[in-house]
Design a protein around this ligand. Structure first.
Ligand code: GTP
Length: 243
């Protein structure tokens, strides 16, 4: 059974190399327990994507420590670390090839039924099987054109095929209607019972039922808590809620 990883940020600051001015992340500390779902919300440019990109070490921190299951990620083998973590990026990256090849990317050994199961959880199986060629449908220039929401669902399915310990969704449900988004979140709950999940979102409704929500503003955490707590205690959160 999957356990999910614990993730600790301790006084983490980060600046992009060569960038002038304030660091993009300032003194970030929080703990995400194994199997928890954490929502991350905040205005555009507040540092949400930068924060999660530090976990698989796409960039290294400027100060502070990130630990996965208690171990400083600077001391972990990056390949092993990245193998545990799946990030679904803001912009889906699909290549010219069949849907099946695209879903298998990152886990070459996945069986077709695992791929189908992942596609079902990501609400993609329906539209895939509506194509005459199904999972053999070719994407890209010579193939079918998918909508933004269909691409997002394939990217989520691809991440699930990898069976990660940590699943990071970076604002990748923005093109989905709320029903589809809710359905995906419901299936993730069963799949992700042992998976640590970080969920970046624009809409409060996307993160409302997370175990806790991190509110980012200008590179800093200005609130951590449940929806109810933040509605009472965090001005920035209430502003996002009302906007
Ligand atoms: P949205 O995705 O728009 O919601 O923003 P975000 O909250 O995810 O913020 P993000 O982490 O993308 O950006 C935080 C700050 O870092 C912004 O000022 C960006 O301009 C800056 N930034 C992001 N990526 C890069 C990069 O690759 N290089 C440099 N130099 N700056 C970057």
């Amino acid at each position: 059974e999957r356990q999910g990883c614990q993730i600790d940020f301790e006084n983490v600051s980060f600046a992009y190399e060569g960038a002038s001015g304030d660091p993009v992340l300032k003194n970030i500390s929080f703990t995400c327990l194994p199997g928890e779902t954490i929502g991350i919300i905040g205005s555009t440019g507040s540092g949400k994507s930068s924060l999660v990109s530090l976990i698989p070490r796409f960039y290294d921190t400027s100060a502070g420590t990130i630990r996965v299951d208690g171990v400083d990620i600077g001391k972990l083998d990056p390949a092993k670390l990245r193998d545990q973590i799946a990030i679904v990026p803001q912009k889906s990256i699909l290549f010219s090839g069949t849907i099946e090849e695209n879903l298998r990317w990152g886990n070459e050994h996945a069986a077709l039924d695992e791929i189908i199961q992942a596609a079902k959880m990501a609400e993609a199986h329906g539209f895939i099987t509506s194509f005459p060629e199904g999972y053999e449908t070719i994407l890209g220039q010579r193939g079918v054109n998918l909508s933004g929401g269909q691409k997002q669902r394939l990217s989520i399915a691809r991440a699930l095929v990898r069976k990660p310990d940590v699943l990071i969704l970076d604002d990748c449900t923005s093109a989905l209607d709320t029903t589809t988004e809710t359905n995906i979140k419901e299936s993730l709950k069963s799949f992700a019972s042992g998976v640590t999940c970080l969920l970046i979102a624009q809409r409060i409704t996307s993160v409302m039922d997370a175990d806790k929500i991190i509110v980012m503003d200008d590179g800093e955490i200005v609130g951590i808590g449940t929806h109810e707590t933040l509605m009472k205690s965090c001005r920035v959160y209430v502003e996002i809620f009302q906007s």
